[in-house]
Write a protein that binds this ligand. Structure first.
Ligand code: UD1
Ligand code: MG
Length: 453
């Protein structure tokens, strides 16, 4: 087998996006486009990937890290010029190079591999991944001769009226013999509508030199959507959402309304879990089996174990055990850990706190920077007072403690094992285990006060 390399083009600004964010960094299903492409290149098992960066170079580097190497394109003079920047790294090598655009987030590793196999089996100098587009506007068109052989690619802006009728488009993914690629690139000029050095011109150049050029057409146009503006961004989002949702439904997940369920590419969901409309899973979310995730729940970078139920709530960077009940309208903020059988009810906010097995905060509470033991009951309106305006302090509530309604626990403070906090108390000192603590003013009744007014 030949050595296989990849070049990912990601240096353009993306003027048509009309955005302060560089194009390839726009997210699709929660992940920047160029990261989708890099993920698939990695899955395809190529020996080396070079990303060409320019606009937003630092941000792209930060995103992709050391997974790829980088070539810098100082001025964006076109896709052909962009690939030339990788010559320092790849130029001397023998093998096959796949070139991909950082703005085609739906491309799949399987398709990259199919294109490479086709390329290698035909012994071609270049192979183009093409697709049939219902509306090919904006894409380069594949020009074939009377025998159906590819002769060149014509950009939309340079195409004549009859060429614009062609529905077969250049997807922007190609396979080249590495040496032929760089030698043909040196011959590419910029006499065209955009004054740019076009990578697709390499096809016509190789063909004229008598080299074999082939095309491999993918049956799924949506996989090759090139995102140049917000309209295409939305089309890519919808297509990827359907792909992801369909995958999970086939794995045994019930999705009540797949048009309105938003699952990131890096989420994993167990069988017999049900997702209700409006559920949004962002980043890396892991949900176990037989869970019910209720309408409009947002979960980010969190793990939820089997048979848990979440209704209309927000959960970020946290871990949730088995058979936990959350919501409606609860907010589980980062670094929270809820053990099995915990209940966090309506209008409860939990921040950087742990709840051990079976503990409950059923209504209207704020629990921040707290370690809550097992089988603890946090009464309605109970609050950990964790912040003095400058620093944060820890509250410890030990196993079996009962915290009455509207209690303030002023941290740092410990409520001992099995202790009982009377409703309305403001606790400033540690409570020994098994004690009752009452810390509130006594009630005074002034009889007939109102009638004598
Ligand atoms: C390109 C193809 C077109 C194809 C389409 C598929 C060319 C000339 N045209 O058009 O045939 O149908 O993709 O989506 O290649 N880039 C650089 N440096 C540059 C210019 C571009 O790195 O100087 C990068 C961009 O960041 C982008 C990719 O190359 O990720 C493609 O560039 P773009 O401007 O989107 O080309 P299209 O007009 O979409
Ligand atoms: Mg594009």
């Amino acid at each position: 087998m030949n050595d296989r390399y990849a070049v990912i083009l990601a240096a353009g600004q993306g003027k048509r996006m009309k955005s302060n964010l560089y194009k390839v960094l726009h997210p699709v299903c929660g992940k920047p486009m160029v990261e989708h492409v890099a993920d698939q290149v990695e899955r395809a098992g190529l020996s080396e990937a070079v990303t060409v960066i320019g606009h937003g170079a630092d941000a792209v580097k930060e995103l992709l890290g050391t997974r790829v190497s980088y070539a810098f394109q100082e001025e964006q003079l076109g896709t052909g010029h962009a690939v030339m920047q990788a010559e320092n790294i790849l130029g001397g090598k023998q093998g096959v190079t796949v070139v991909l655009c950082g703005d085609t987030p739906l491309i799949r590793a399987e398709t990259i591999q199919a294109l490479m196999s086709h390329h290698e089996s035909t012994g071609a100098s270049a192979s183009i991944l093409t697709a049939k587009a219902e509306d090919p506007t904006g894409y380069g068109r594949i020009i074939r001769d009377d025998n159906g052989h590819v002769t060149s690619i014509v950009e939309h802006k340079d195409a004549k009226m009859d060429e614009r009728e062609i529905k077969e488009i250049n997807t922007g993914t190609y396979c080249f013999d590495n040496q032929e690629l760089f030698s043909a690139l040196r011959k590419v000029g910029n006499e065209n509508a955009q004054g740019e050095y076009y990578l697709p011109d390499v096809i016509g150049i190789l063909k004229k030199e008598g080299k074999t050029v082939t095309a491999w057409q993918t049956p799924d146009f949506s996989e090759t959507i090139g995102v140049n503006d917000r309209v295409a961004l939305s089309a890519a989002e919808i297509a990827l959402r359907h792909r992801i949702n369909e995958h999970w439904m086939r794995q045994g997940v019930t999705i009540i309304d797949p048009d309105h369920t938003y699952i990131s590419a890096d989420s994993v969901i167990g069988t017999d879990t049900t997702l209700h409309p409006g559920v949004t899973l962002t980043g890396s979310v892991e949900i176990g089996s037989e869970c019910v995730i209720g309408p409009y729940t947002e979960i980010t970078d969190s793990k939820i174990d089997d048979q848990s139920q979440v209704r209309q709530s927000v959960i970020s960077s946290s871990t949730v055990g088995k058979q936990v009940k959350i919501g409606p309208f609860a907010h589980i903020r980062p670094e929270s850990v809820l053990a099995d059988d915990v209940k966090i009810g309506n209008f409860v906010e939990v921040k950087k706190s742990s709840f051990d097995k079976g503990s409950k905060a059923s209504h209207l509470s704020y629990i921040g920077d707290a370690e809550v033991g097992q089988e603890v009951n946090m009464g309605c309106g109970s609050i950990t007072v964790n912040y003095d305006g400058k620093d944060k302090f820890l509250t410890r509530i030990e196993d079996g403690a009962f915290v009455g309604c509207n209690a303030n626990l002023i941290a740092p403070v410990t409520v001992g094992k099995g202790a009982y906090v009377a409703a309305g108390s403001t606790i400033t000192d540690d409570i020994p285990s098994q004690s009752l603590s009452i810390a509130r003013a006594r009630q005074t009744n002034k009889e007939d006060y109102m009638s004598n007014k």
